[in-house]
Design a protein around this ligand. Structure first.
Ligand code: SAM
Length: 283
């Protein structure tokens, strides 16, 4: 389809037209560089005809790149002015394309008009991890995706056990699939320019879910407790969930994990084993 991408002038003009003063609260930094947009779309491996969900389309910088690749885009935008303008802009920039804009908080959305195959987004920075986990949880048809996030957050999501930045987001993300970073993106490609650089993070969902929903919740409770006190040994940090030291140690041991290690050494499988052991010991 014949689609035009937004450059610096178009982004400025649209923001002026809408009287938009980008807000930090909503993480409004708009991409002004078509090369970056095409890079994201290429890394995401978007295929013509597939449904892509985009969170926070803003003025449409990435949206038009996705439409250019022939995707059917469902875009969820919390800002009413931006949500109302996007279909209008699309009439000019991407006529004949398939675009559905939904004015809603992405953290509250549990249904979409089309089952999305892929998530591609330049996420609002303050809610990037919650949005990712929410979409993984509620949209099981999402098999893969690429998101742009604040560099520090991206490295944390993709971190493996033993690394300094490995934390609760890493383990929770690992529940759903495998994650990797695809290189940094300069802050200069945004308007306004944020204080930090970004990184592209890609994921592929596991073919078979790791466990049931009940097991996921039990595992996530352990993960939260375990990283709340990440310097402490498991037998201590997991007490809020498992009970006193003796009980906690017994459960952790019966899962085949050393109660004297720390959360930062555990894979999601280890946390799941402990959750299952706790369930068995409660029976
Ligand atoms: N995709 C655009 C781009 O690349 O230029 C804008 C990206 S900007 C970093 C984040 C966008 O997410 C903004 O348009 C903002 O209004 C929107 N947003 C913020 N919080 C949101 C939420 N909870 N649900 C949906 N959209 C949200």
């Amino acid at each position: 389809p014949s689609v035009k991408l937004l450059g610096p002038a178009e982004v400025r003009d649209l923001a002026g037209l809408l009287n938009i003063v980008p807000t930090k609260k909503l993480g409004q930094n708009f991409v002004i560089d078509p090369n970056t947009v095409r890079r994201i779309v290429r890394v995401a491996g978007v295929r013509p005809g597939e449904t892509v969900v985009e969170v926070g389309p803003g003025l449409g910088s990435l949206t038009f790149g996705l439409l250019e690749a022939g995707a059917a885009v469902v875009a969820v935008e919390i800002d009413g002015r931006l949500a109302a303008q996007l279909p209008e802009t699309a009439k000019l920039m991407a006529p004949e394309s398939s675009l559905t804009v939904i004015h809603q908080d992405a953290l509250r959305i549990t249904e979409l008009p089309q089952a999305p195959a892929r998530l591609v987004a330049n996420l609002p920075y303050n809610v990037s991890v919650p949005v990712l986990l929410h979409f993984m949880e509620h949209f099981p048809t999402l098999l893969a995706g690429v998101v742009m996030v604040q560099a520090e957050v991206g490295y944390r999501i993709a971190a493996t056990p033993g690394s300094k930045v490995y934390g609760a987001p890493s383990v929770k993300a690992e529940w759903y699939g495998s994650w990797r970073t695809h290189g940094q993106v300069s802050r200069q490609i945004f308007w306004p320019v944020p204080n930090v650089d970004s990184v592209l993070v890609g994921f592929d969902r596991r073919e078979i879910p790791l466990g049931t929903e009940v097991e996921r919740l039990a595992t996530f409770a352990l993960v939260d407790a375990g990283f709340q006190q990440r310097r402490k040994m498991l037998r201590q940090s997991l007490q809020p969930v498992l009970g006193d030291t003796t009980t906690a140690s017994a459960i952790i041991e019966s899962a085949g994990v050393d109660p004297q290690t720390r959360s930062e050494q555990l894979t999601v499988h280890d946390f799941l084993k402990i959750a299952r052991a706790a369930e068995t010991s409660a029976d």
